[in-house]
Design a protein around this ligand. Structure first.
Ligand SMILES: [Zn+2]
Length: 202
């Protein structure tokens, strides 16, 4: 429940923007990511102990990092590992949409909404948005803008002590959200790189 471990009285956040007189909470209330993926992630090697600031930098660098991976391989986004559901381009669409959705959740709570956020189905969203038909240039455009919005939402949320309640992940402090978002971008870069390697073998 909210308030366990002495954190996260999200109901205190009211009236538009986050209050600025509440000390920033840099602590974590969730071990969802470590439990699900391992620490470090047994696939991509992500270290869940990454600091709040380093995790933000990692997310902010994602468009540049993805662009470099694509340029190095001269990839067009259609590359695919047969073991994976999505192509390279679809992963980029997903990371952009995921950042946008988490930014929206943070912004809502900062503006006085309930701390309980809804989950979304990434597979259904991929179908509804027809990820496989979105050009890589367009996907990268969306990713760049989603990350900019995400950074602004995190900065706004950083001035207070919020805990989101997610149906699958449970309580999520801002640090938990930032780390899990950083992991999503990092893990999918790993997926993109192995998709490109698989594509070059076929
Ligand atoms: Zn991972």
């Amino acid at each position: 429940m909210l308030g366990q471990k002495g954190k996260g009285r999200a109901g205190e956040v009211q009236e538009g923007r986050c209050q600025k007189d509440v000390p920033r909470d840099t602590s974590t209330v969730s071990d969802w990511g470590e439990n699900l993926y391992g620490d470090p992630c047994h696939e991509c090697g992500f270290d869940w102990a990454i600091s709040h600031d380093e995790a933000i930098k990692s997310v902010v660098n994602t468009p540049r990092s993805y662009a470099q991976v694509l340029a190095d391989a001269d990839a067009d986004g259609s590359e695919r590992d047969p073991e994976l559901t999505w192509s390279v381009g679809a992963y980029i669409c997903h990371v952009g949409d995921n950042m946008r959705i988490w930014a929206e959740r943070l912004a809502g709570v900062c503006r006085g909404a309930s701390s309980v956020v809804a989950s979304y189905d990434e597979g259904l969203l991929a179908v509804a948005r027809a990820y496989e038909g979105i050009a890589i240039e367009a996907a990268m455009w969306s990713l760049e803008r989603a990350v900019e919005e995400w950074k602004r939402a995190v900065e706004e949320a950083s001035v207070t002590d919020i805990v989101l309640v997610h149906p699958d992940r449970g309580q999520q402090s801002l640090v938990d959200v930032v780390r899990s978002n950083a992991h999503d971008a990092f893990h999918h870069q790993w997926d993109i790189q192995r998709s490109i390697r698989a594509g070059s073998r076929s």
